[in-house]
Design a protein around this ligand. Structure first.
Ligand SMILES: C[S@@+](CC[C@H](N)C(=O)[O-])C[C@H]1O[C@@H](n2cnc3c(N)ncnc32)[C@H](O)[C@@H]1O
Length: 194
């Protein structure tokens, strides 16, 4: 068994928390989503993003390496009468097909080597919604391992070539008790000629 699967299965089995909320990059920018099309929530976890995308009217695929998370998402989707194609899948060895997606959402998952595959997976005009933790934090939150933390402005570099529609990264500026801290968010559109 893949070691990440065992780790995440254990986390989701032991976790007894309130229903997860969709990521801010979706909550704040939901109005930018198309009304139809194919969306993928990559490394979806319990799938709060997937549920929002399905409620928006998109055809949603949700992939995660943890079968425990996917089972819980299937239950949630059934309870909320949402259709979500939830699948246990190692996205590093089986990334999305080229030109298959209108919307790609990635939150709290960073595999730099996958950036080219993710760019390729978007159709022309497709939208990327990305949000994850940064190295420059104002308080301890998210992973400690810098390999899983974004460098300054790194999302812009990883997805250079896309048209930036929304970008937020406050870093260590100003009053640390205010604002949206510790993470970076990007909404970007694939140009028709890429
Ligand atoms: C921090 S959680 C984020 C979950 C969700 N995207 C969110 O924001 O709540 C990271 C997720 O990545 C998944 N994951 C880790 N490695 C993976 C892989 N190789 N393929 C698919 N999913 C993976 C884990 O199972 C876990 O659900």
């Amino acid at each position: 068994m893949h070691p990440d699967k065992a780790k995440w299965d254990r986390i989701y089995t032991e976790r007894q928390s309130a229903a997860p909320q969709p990521a801010e990059v979706l909550l704040q920018n939901r109005h930018l989503l198309p009304q139809q099309g194919i969306a993928l929530d990559l490394a979806c976890g319990l799938g709060a993003n997937s549920l929002l995308l399905a409620e928006q009217g998109l055809e949603v695929h949700a992939w995660d390496i943890s079968s425990v998370a996917i089972e819980q998402l299937d239950d949630q989707a059934q309870q909320r009468q949402c259709l979500i194609h939830a699948q246990v899948r190692d996205v590093k060895s089986a990334p999305p097909e080229a030109l298959s997606l209108d919307v790609l959402v990635v939150t709290h998952f960073l595999v730099r080597d996958m950036a080219a595959d993710l760019l390729a997976a978007l159709k022309p005009g497709g939208l990327l919604f990305y949000q994850t933790y940064c190295r420059d934090k104002v308080f301890e939150q998210g992973p400690g391992n810098p390999d899983y933390l974004l460098k300054d402005n790194e999302l812009l570099q990883l997805f250079a070539g896309l048209k930036v529609r929304v970008y937020r990264e406050e870093s260590l500026l100003g009053d640390h008790n205010q604002g949206w801290r510790n993470q970076s968010m990007l909404v970007a559109e694939k140009p028709s000629l890429f």
